[in-house]
Ligand binder design. Structure first.
Ligand SMILES: [Zn+2]
Length: 453
């Protein structure tokens, strides 16, 4: 275990053990016995993950003297979908035993086991099979309820086994997905810097260092990830684990999620690509959202908000009903609209509050600009990195046209109360103008649409 991981676990989190390295699956049994002394285990897998590590996990548990229930093995195809029905199915199976779940999982099945275990009042252990998500070590499970994807409250796993050899051999699409999830931490960091400068959500230096410290190195070798370079996989896997732990320490997803994630959340709520085989992954949508946000940030850096005319802006400040009407018009789906109205109302400012906010923006703009410029990457660089690793980097790849992508910028501003650069631009009154500029000649998306990709 690296010293960085040790320093985080010392904080007394839900997660007590992270066993990372090559050939560590055979440490599953000893880890389980240490975390859950005297308890029985039940392996939860699907056809794919069972084929990869099922027998090795079972042998390791048996060798450590752990009693075993019959494993719960879901079909490998179609890919298990993490919705309420699947969570209830697993909960009812776990309710028939007192055994602790040992999931062998990458994305959805880990989320399902996390939630189902919580619902029967137990913790669990996960054996990670791909460097595909940062949700292994985060609290909360990404579950679709009544067609709407959201995060359900539940603790992170007691322990994770992170076998780098198995992750390196996972399908490349899963590694590319993890990379897309990770690269969003670049503009997400800029969003946090802005919230920090405006006194809304101060940066916790320790948490910041967990995610942002190793980030550039973890993203630095996308071609090595394609060829299965062990060092590249290790850095990616460790950074995904660290992101999840950072969210545990901060008790919020702020350290690992910003506006780029909101593009993905919008597509997820709309069910875009859910029925594809395989379903359009979280990380692919997040990666595209990252390109979108980095393109926007390039324009943000050109703004001279130190000369902002606060009085002129506040003179036309929308009343709550007008702001709600704006949000409602952006969200045609009734269920999504209701959720977004709640989130947006939570960050609505009165004209007086807006005056204070905008004066602060004007006063802090120089510092914001300097710190953000040092944090973000050019959109073309991000696009190239995603392309190299084999992740989605252009909307056409996932059946999204430029008009829809343009709308996504505005929708993304409405779906979470958490403050990002999208809110800053909305408050200042330049969001429309900046986004439109991206789709006009000379703008990032206009130019990208002219090229083959
Ligand atoms: Zn994510």
């Amino acid at each position: 275990m690296s010293t960085l991981v040790e320093s985080v676990l010392a904080r007394g989190l839900d997660t007590k053990a992270v066993v990372m390295g090559r050939n560590v699956v055979d440490r599953t049994g000893a880890t389980f016995a240490e975390l859950f002394p005297g308890q029985t285990a039940v392996i939860v897998a699907d056809g794919n993950t069972w084929a990869v590590a099922g027998e090795a996990v079972r042998a390791s548990l048996a060798a450590a003297g752990v009693g075993l229930d019959e494993p719960i093995i879901y079909p490998g195809t179609p890919v298990l979908f993490a919705d309420d029905r699947a969570a209830e199915d697993l909960r009812s199976r776990l309710a028939q035993t007192s055994a602790i779940a040992v999931s062998i999982a990458s994305g959805s099945l880990n989320d399902l086991t996390k939630l189902a275990s919580h619902r029967v009042g137990r913790s669990y252990l996960n054996v990670c099979t791909a460097a595909s998500v940062d949700g292994y070590t985060s609290f909360g499970a990404a579950i679709t309820t009544n067609g709407i994807k959201g995060t359900q409250e539940c603790p992170a796993p007691r322990g994770v086994i992170v076998p780098l050899d198995i992750m390196a051999a996972a399908p490349k699409r899963l590694t590319a997905t993890g990379y897309g999830d990770l690269i969003e931490k670049v503009p997400a960091g800029a969003d946090w810097i802005i919230a920090d400068e405006l006194g809304l959500e101060p940066i916790d230096e320790f948490v910041w260092s967990l995610v942002q410290g190793p980030l550039r190195e973890a993203l630095g070798n996308p071609s090595g990830l394609v060829t299965g370079d062990p060092a590249a996989i290790e850095r990616l896997a460790e950074e995904l684990i660290m992101s999840g732990l950072a969210m545990q320490v901060f008790a919020s997803s702020r350290p690992a999620s910003g506006g780029g994630h909101y593009f993905s959340h919008q597509w997820e709520m709309e069910g875009h690509g859910r029925d594809w085989d395989p379903p359009l992954s979280h990380g692919f949508k997040v990666g595209l959202g990252t390109v979108a946000m980095c393109a926007l940030y390039e324009r943000v850096l050109d703004l001279g908000l130190d000369h902002l005319d606060v009085a002129a802006r506040v003179a036309h400040w929308p009343v709550p009903a007008a702001d709600a009407a704006r949000v409602a018009a952006l969200q045609p789906g009734a269920v999504i609209r209701a959720a977004c109205l709640t989130q947006s109302a939570a960050k609505y400012l009165t004209a007086d509050q807006a005056r204070g906010r905008l004066e602060l923006v004007r006063a802090r703009w120089g510092a914001i600009r300097t710190r953000v410029a040092a944090q973000v990457l050019p959109a073309r660089v991000v696009e190239h990195m995603l392309r190299t690793v084999g992740a989605v980097h252009h909307p056409y790849q996932i059946g999204v046209g430029l008009d829809e992508l343009r709308t996504k910028y505005f929708q993304a501003q409405t779906i979470r109360a958490r403050y990002t650069v999208l809110d800053l631009l909305q408050e200042v009154g330049v969001l429309n103008q900046l986004v439109d500029g991206l789709f006009e000649p000379g703008g990032y998306w206009y130019e990208r649409a002219q090229e083959t990709f």
